[in-house]
Design a binder for this molecule. Structure first.
Ligand code: BES
Ligand code: ZN
Ligand code: ZN
Length: 505
């Protein structure tokens, strides 16, 4: 990935083929900006009038000018009005940066200079704003076209991005860009893993990537193969994997801050590299995107990479059970009973409810070996959650209000929206089984598939504070958020987990 440069000289001194700035609704440009603009773009005032451009949210004004015989585009992005707190919502700015990159791409620009607005406008510090600017720009320029051979269909790389600071010193900017780049690289790597076809990213690939990352960044890593998983008593993961020709993998990555008595966090991610449903096979259209079913594990592994670099003052273990879910003569069958790592059993009524089976072992493992202060799990767990909340809200289920509050605050800062769903004891009867401790699907009479899935998982966390995040709707194909692409992976969860660990006190 190309990097972002930082300068504090004038935006009009940059040689980029596209230059961009932001305006608040009905806000005036500085005299300096105005004179710079009118010099390069004499049509500015008349274009503004013609298009009635006043800086409304999601609006933009694009002009072409001439700089020493070369075309240069000016893109002014509207930020809309301040909110009730007297600031512009940072998420609106992030999305606006996304739209900016789309405009530059459509115009085949390859270099962009962005005048970073004043941080006070968003109620942030300079480094925070530089970090958010970097993350949004880098996420926006991610694209997955490595399998497309027609050059015209490939996204023209926006190779160079320069941030122009309004301040005299660029130290804060540099620091923010540095941190933002580390985070964005991990988010985009996470997205690429998800976007890769399941044949290009199967469990062994994924575990190998996790091991490579760990070695490169100095994390402790342990990987158990299928035989070891079965021997250890992880009947859920071994069971789900037994229909596949490929071995499952159980990945454990450990970040240590150097203090044994520091708080311990556990991040657990669902890693189904392809979910066919197993013998309870999915209809063809429901299977189309099931290469994304490892999004939780990808988020956890990539967040661990960031923690190794940014070194928060907590200890963190990242756990990823990784498997394919395929039908075959060896596959688990409806009616089978599996025994998990904590000794509990479940009747598998539907082999397509496989995520909870592999997470049951992973959560039990985290509880037993790490006694964490908190567990966060991320999983593309239920279509029910996607149906309830749509593509912009991750479902959050927990009994622990204090942990929910922390997670919500982290999410508010990163822009990954969460919505809490209930986790009521009265629905526990929905996952009753007459032959095992529980059933792996909820009874139809209770509906609430996202909730009954979470109630299943609750059996494996003991009394450790735990938040379950169902990312089935938010991990893939999310529309209208311009720093994502409408098709493909979002990398949801990476920023959130990092933010949570970095601010844990
Ligand atoms: N991976 C799916 C959930 C999913 C659905 C993720 C759509 C992303 C988009 C999961 O393994 C699954 O199949 N869940 C079933 C559970 C049901 C059988 C109880 C579902 O949601 O239909
Ligand atoms: Zn499934
Ligand atoms: Zn699944």
């Amino acid at each position: 990935m190309a990097t972002i440069n930082v300068v504090t000289t004038s935006i009009f001194d940059q040689s980029a083929d596209s230059i961009a700035c932001f305006v608040e609704q009905d806000g005036a440009l500085s005299a300096e900006a105005l004179s710079g603009i009118t010099k390069l773009f004499p049509a500015y005032e008349s274009a503004k009038t013609k298009h009635n451009f006043v800086g409304r949210a999601s609006s933009s004004l694009v002009l072409s000018g001439n700089r020493q015989g070369k075309v240069v585009d000016l893109i002014i992005m509207g930020l809309g009005q301040k909110n009730a707190q007297g600031v512009v919502d940072i998420e609106r700015y992030r999305r606006s940066l996304g739209s900016l990159v789309r405009i530059v791409e459509a115009r085949k620009g390859t270099s962009l200079a962005v005048a970073v607005p004043h941080a006070q406008l968003f109620g942030l510090s300079d480094d925070q704003l530089a970090k958010q600017t970097t993350i949004a720009l880098e996420m926006a320029r991610y694209h997955f076209d490595e399998f497309i051979t027609d050059d015209d269909r490939r996204v023209k790389d926006l190779k160079t991005i320069t941030l122009v600071g309004s301040d005299k010193s660029n130290e804060a900017l540099q620091a923010g860009v540095h941190e933002g780049t580390i985070i964005a690289q991990a988010v985009n790597q996470c997205r690429r893993w998800i976007d890769l076809p399941a044949e290009s990213l199967h469990p062994i690939h994924m575990a190998t990537h996790a091991a490579d990352i760990s070695k490169k960044h100095g994390l402790k890593v342990t990987v158990f193969n299928e035989k070891e998983v079965a021997q250890m008593g992880m009947g859920g993961l071994a069971g789900v994997s037994q229909g596949s020709d490929r071995d499952c993998q159980f990945v454990i990555m450990e970040y240590s801050c150097g203090k044994k008595d520091a708080p311990m966090l556990a991040f657990v991610g669902k890693g189904i590299t392809f979910d066919s449903g197993g013998l309870s096979i999915k209809p063809a259209t429901s299977m189309e995107n099931m290469k994304d079913d490892m999004s939780g594990a990808a988020a956890v592994i990539n967040a661990m990479q960031v923690l190794a670099a940014l070194k928060p003052k907590v200890n963190v273990v990242g756990i990823a059970p990784i498997s394919e879910n395929l039908p075959s003569g060896k596959a688990i069958k409806p009616g089978d009973i599996l025994r998990f790592y904590n000794g509990k059993t479940a009747e598998v009524k539907n082999t397509d409810a496989e995520g909870r089976l592999i997470l049951a072992d992973a959560l039990s493992y985290a509880v037993k070996h790490y006694k964490p202060d908190a567990i966060i799990d991320l999983a593309t767990l239920t279509g029910s959650c996607a149906a309830a909340l749509g593509p912009h809200f991750t479902g959050m289920m927990s009994k622990h209000d204090a942990l929910v509050e922390r997670v919500q605050q982290a999410a508010a800062r990163t822009g990954e929206q969460l919505w809490r769903l209930p986790l009521p004891d009265e629905y526990k009867v929905a996952i009753k089984s007459s032959v095992a401790d529980m059933s792996n699907i909820g009874s139809q009479r209770y509906m609430a598939g996202a909730v009954t899935a979470a109630l299943f998982l609750q059996n494996f966390v003991g009394d450790v504070p735990w938040v379950h995040l169902d990312i089935a709707g938010t991990a893939y194909d999310v529309p209208d958020i311009a720093y994502y692409r409408p098709e493909g992976a979002t990398g949801v969860g990476v920023r959130l987990l990092v933010e949570l660990a970095m601010n844990w006190k």
